[in-house]
Design a protein around this ligand. Structure first.
Ligand code: RIB
Length: 305
């Protein structure tokens, strides 16, 4: 099977449960501190690996305790992390996550070394172009993301960009994206189109196609996903689960999607796989510890189909 190459962030996450988020100037009590592996890039690499893909991860960590633990974790997961650079001049990225009783979260990321990943860093060795699919997010510099997208396209790789977190994206990047996977907020911030319902999602998707993307999948949280392509829009319903923590659900979706596409599955088959992975990730606390194994994804898919 062809490999999935993931370029992106790796963080150490500090997650706590709260009854509600604090108001401005307020101090509240939280509970259940969970210190665990995260970062949208590393999460998506683990999600793709658990979904059955061969995975190469490229990123940057500090020469510190967390950086060393992240490297070991990737190795334990069976992910090729030889493209991960240790930089003595920065700290490994960290994220601070509040989760409320409904499972919704608020995240503050301190990017550290993730923001020092350069195009030159991607040119060490031949890891970037060693797969069929390149998967990226926006927790590393835009310049690096754009460079990787263009290089992968030149070499005939299929490119997937998960534009998270929502940040303005240089227009020239879009034409190098085969598949863009924003959530509602990200789709809205990239297009200026309000995305409050399926109709809004369809309009935003069409706008993103006009901006140059090959296909667009807008994830709709607990309502599933909408695929907008040249042939029109198609809705894929969500799987019904009881959510406890939505952290990592988008990463589960993207990693499983890339894994299914690397196996040669068509988009209409890969999207339900990704939806199932995303749903399962909400049923457990944390980011990487919540990402489902292939067998669990298959069980949920076969329970419904
Ligand atoms: O998508 C969830 C991730 O966002 C967390 O693991 C955190 O590190 C941030 O990058």
């Amino acid at each position: 099977m062809s490999a999935v190459v993931v370029v992106g962030s790796a963080n150490m996450d500090f997650t706590i449960q709260v009854d509600r988020p604090p108001q401005q100037g307020e101090t509240i009590f939280g509970r259940g501190l969970l210190v665990s592996f995260g970062g949208k890039g590393a999460n998506q690499a683990v999600a793709a690996r658990r979904a059955g893909a061969n995975v190469i991860f490229i990123g940057k960590v500090g020469q510190d305790r967390y950086g060393e633990e992240i490297r070991k974790n990737l190795e334990t997961m069976g992910i090729d992390g030889t493209g991960v650079i240790s930089d003595p001049a920065c700290n490994t990225g960290t994220a601070y996550i509040l989760v409320d009783p409904s499972g919704e979260n608020q995240i503050v990321v301190v990017p550290g070394c993730n923001h020092r990943l350069t195009p030159e860093d991607l040119q060490h060795g031949d890891r970037l172009l060693s797969g069929a699919i390149l998967l990226l997010q926006l927790e590393t510099p835009h310049e690096t993301v754009g460079w990787a997208l263009r290089r992968a396209k030149e070499k005939g790789m299929r490119t997937i960009l998960n534009p998270a977190p929502a940040t303005p994206l240089p227009r020239e990047h879009f034409s190098s994206v085969d598949l863009l996977t924003p959530n509602e907020l990200e789709a809205s911030s990239l297009t200026g189109v309000p995305v409050r319902d399926r109709n809004g999602a369809e309009k935003a998707g069409e706008r993103l196609l006009e901006m140059g993307c090959g296909d667009v999948i807008i994830t709709l949280g607990g309502r599933g996903a909408l695929w907008v392509g040249k042939g029109g829009a198609r809705y894929f319903p969500a799987f019904s689960v009881r959510p406890v923590d939505s952290t990592g659900a988008g990463d589960a979706f993207n990693g499983a999607l890339a894994a299914a596409l690397a196996e040669g599955q068509a988009l209409e088959k890969a999207i339900p796989v990704a939806n199932a992975a995303g749903a399962l990730a909400t049923t457990r606390r944390g980011a990487q510890e919540s990402l489902p194994e292939r067998a669990a994804i298959q069980t949920l898919l076969s329970a419904v189909h």
